[in-house]
Design a protein around this ligand. Structure first.
Ligand code: FAD
Length: 380
């Protein structure tokens, strides 16, 4: 048995022992609030067993797992139908950022609680006037003695309603005349539960509220909770985005396979499989997913330029396509009401896939510049 086989056996055994029906299959696309307390408890058990910080270096409390072990973990996790995790923003975004760019003091303060999923995080980048054009953020922070004082507004802040901390991109100095607009921005770690912060949930197309508006009215954080030098937070903010993707993509695609299998089952139940057009579209969805998975596994080890942009463009198109196909399958006959509800949420939420994490227009811009070598787009 190879080391990887033994590793696969270990995670499989752990999941077989720990995964209960209460959490199996919960969370996921458009269902971030579903069984939240149970999923949090499960994620904490996962953390206690050392699985949630698999990719972190051993020196920082992780397992230092190889890429192939990370892929195996995500494959097994998705195959078992384990719940969607609630620690994603903490363990895959801010944790690795602090490991690479945080001070030893920040690492001591935050990494153990992140690894144990004792503190939940949210990402405070986007604002009403700054999304794709992130350097345009206008939330301000000024140093007042031993603390930063923040004023401004963030928007679309996922999970802010349950988060203990937020990493906030804020302007702490004016951009230098003739210099880049991103200069003068800082990356601050801000406690969410304080009088200066108001979190207002936004009702989504699905009827649920997974993201929020966040208002800072003289909110405070300690002077030492700036990551990187004050005014040089742009580099830190970009580093955080780079950690967001990776081996977890493989697990996501196994989830896609299960979605497709489920839709095929619905199509059988409604008789939609007799429709030649729907049969062809189901088959094409399977083919496209096979190509996507093969491509992802091929480029994961040595990503070519703009690899994560290409993968995002491919998977978002795939998932939106499956949502649209599901609507046509449901229109074919009477499906089980639970299936109707599930696929309507899937269809509606998938509209967001091409917006968050960098919109598809922005991803195509990255491909145009880094792969095709086209001239840089003029920026305002
Ligand atoms: C489900 C969901 C969760 C989110 N979670 C978070 C979160 O937790 N934290 C956070 O900070 N943000 C979050 N966001 C916000 C997300 O990052 C922004 O929505 C995204 O960056 C786009 O910004 P915008 O909405 O302001 O649109 P805009 O930037 O105003 O874009 C509007 C349209 O113009 C297009 N466009 C803009 N610039 C260009 C260009 N240069 N070239 C071509 N086309 C362009 C865009 O592609 C888009 O179609 C979330 C969004 C969604 C939908």
């Amino acid at each position: 048995m190879t080391d990887d086989d033994a590793f696969r056996r270990e995670i499989r055994d752990w999941l077989a022992a720990e995964l209960t029906d209460e959490v199996r299959g919960t969370g996921g696309v458009g269902r971030e609030n579903q069984a939240f307390g149970q999923r949090l408890a499960f994620t904490r058990r996962l953390a206690a067993a050392g699985w949630s910080t698999l990719a972190w270096p051993v020196a920082h409390g992780g397992r230092g797992a190889s890429l192939s072990q990370q892929v195996i973990f995500h494959e097994e996790y998705a195959r078992a139908g384990a719940p969607s995790r609630v620690d994603h923003i903490g363990t895959t975004m801010v944790g690795p950022t602090l490991i690479d760019l945080g001070t030893p003091e920040q690492q001591r303060r935050f990494l153990p609680a992140l690894a144990a999923v004792e503190e939940l995080w949210c990402q405070g980048y986007s604002e009403p006037g700054a999304g794709s054009d992130l350097a345009g953020v206008t939330t301000r922070a000024r140093l007042d003695g031993d603390r930063w004082v923040l004023t401004g507004q963030k928007v679309w802040t996922s999970l802010a309603h349950v988060a203990d901390w937020c990493f906030v991109l804020a302007r702490t100095a004016p951009a230098p005349a003739g210099g880049p607009r991103s200069a003068g921005l800082s990356y601050l770690l801000v406690p969410m539960r304080q009088p200066g912060i108001t979190v207002r949930p936004i009702r989504q197309l699905t009827g649920d509220s997974e993201f929020n508006e966040v208002f800072f009215d003289d909110a405070v954080t300690e002077a030492g909770l700036v990551v990187g030098e004050p005014g040089q937070g742009w580099r830190v903010a970009m580093a955080t985005l780079a950690y967001e993707r990776g081996a977890a993509t493989v697990g996501q695609q196994i989830g896609f396979q299960r979605d497709l299998d489920d839709l095929v089952a619905v199509a059988r139940s409604t008789g939609a499989t007799a429709d030649p057009v729907l049969r062809e579209r189901l088959t094409r969805a399977w083919l496209d997913l096979t190509v996507l998975r093969t491509h992802t596994l091929r480029v994961l080890r040595e990503p070519p330029p703009a690899a994560s942009s290409v993968i995002k463009l491919l998977w978002t198109r795939w998932r939106q396509g499956l949502g649209e196909l599901a609507m046509d399958v449901l229109a074919h006959g009477d499906a089980d009401p639970a299936a109707v509800q599930r696929w309507q949420t899937y269809f509606l939420f998938s509209r967001a896939d091409t917006i968050y994490g960098g919109s598809n227009e922005i991803q195509r811009g990255i491909v145009a510049e880094r792969v095709l070598g086209l001239p840089r787009q003029a920026r305002g």
